[in-house]
Design a binder for this molecule. Structure first.
Ligand code: MLT
Length: 270
């Protein structure tokens, strides 16, 4: 894929990287935890035929230097800085999981820059106590045994049972790919996530279309919780994938990309 690595030239996130490919309506795809821009390789290959795809590496991942501490609101500012540098007025913003939390923070602060936005396996709820405790346990595990052991435990649980069973090599490849995500970035991300507030009001106030992509076997953004949010926006599109867990763009790349494509076309003509 021909794509351009660009770095922010100034500001708080100077040096942070994003990848820019294709022409047309700008669409920004924001990865989650613990991923980087390559999470979106498949949809980008398809969508770049008709759209301009911007894929940031959030500070501390991929080619972007770490900023510690980092908050979800900082991530939203980073995304806005990319649009400013590229002189893009409005875009469609899709965030996966933690990238969805950043998308919500962006929609809260910079709504006028959006033509539509989406939560790909993500949720507007803040962490509950159980989730915060889980994050603390994960941090202890990472500190004691290193991030690889943590990722070996975490990643297989992110995909559906069927994918795990039939695509073991793919699951191992995801783990290997993530293994270079340093513990020094993963821990600040956990802090950022547990400190984020509830943003259901952002869904209620949304005046542009909102997309929800839900995996029936998603344990990180559980279907029953996300379904309580889908009717909050004035205009929403909801897709439930029976055969997906938390990584639909890898588990069912074709169908999930099709949904993205239809949503982008809908926003373009709305
Ligand atoms: C992610 O995929 O970004 C994380 O699982 C989100 C989370 O831990 O809340």
């Amino acid at each position: 894929m021909r794509e351009k690595l660009t770095r922010l030239k100034s500001g708080t996130y100077e040096g942070a990287a994003y990848f820019d490919t294709g022409n047309g309506l700008p669409v920004m795809l924001v990865h989650g935890f613990p991923a980087d821009h390559t999470l979106w390789d498949y949809p980008t290959r398809q969508l770049q035929k008709n759209y301009r795809l911007l894929r940031p590496d959030l500070p501390g991942t991929g080619y972007s230097p770490l900023k510690d501490p980092i908050s979800i609101e900082d991530m939203a500012d980073f995304l806005k800085d990319i649009l400013v540098q590229e002189k893009i007025g409005k875009c469609i913003l899709i965030g996966h999981s933690m990238g969805g939390y950043a998308t919500l923070a962006f929609a809260e602060k910079y709504a006028e820059r959006l033509l539509g936005w989406g939560l790909f396996h993500s949720s507007a709820n803040a962490d509950d106590e159980e989730k915060k405790e889980g994050r603390k346990r994960s941090i202890r595990l990472m500190k004691e045994y290193g991030q690889e052991k943590f990722l070996r435990q975490m990643i297989p649980n992110l995909v559906s049972a069927n994918f795990r069973k039939n695509n073991q090599a793919d699951v191992q490849a995801i783990i290997r790919k993530r293994a270079d995500a340093g513990i020094e970035a993963l821990i600040p991300y956990y802090h950022a996530m547990w400190e984020r507030p509830d943003r259901t009001h952002v869904l209620k106030n949304a005046c542009k279309p909102v997309l929800f992509i839900i995996g029936k076997e998603d344990t990180a953004a559980p279907m029953n919780k996300v379904l309580q949010q889908v009717s909050l926006p004035a205009i929403s599109q909801v897709h439930i994938f029976e055969k997906a867990g938390h990584l639909g763009m890898l588990e069912i790349p074709g169908p999930s990309t099709k949904v993205l494509e239809q949503f982008i076309a809908f926003c373009e003509t709305s």
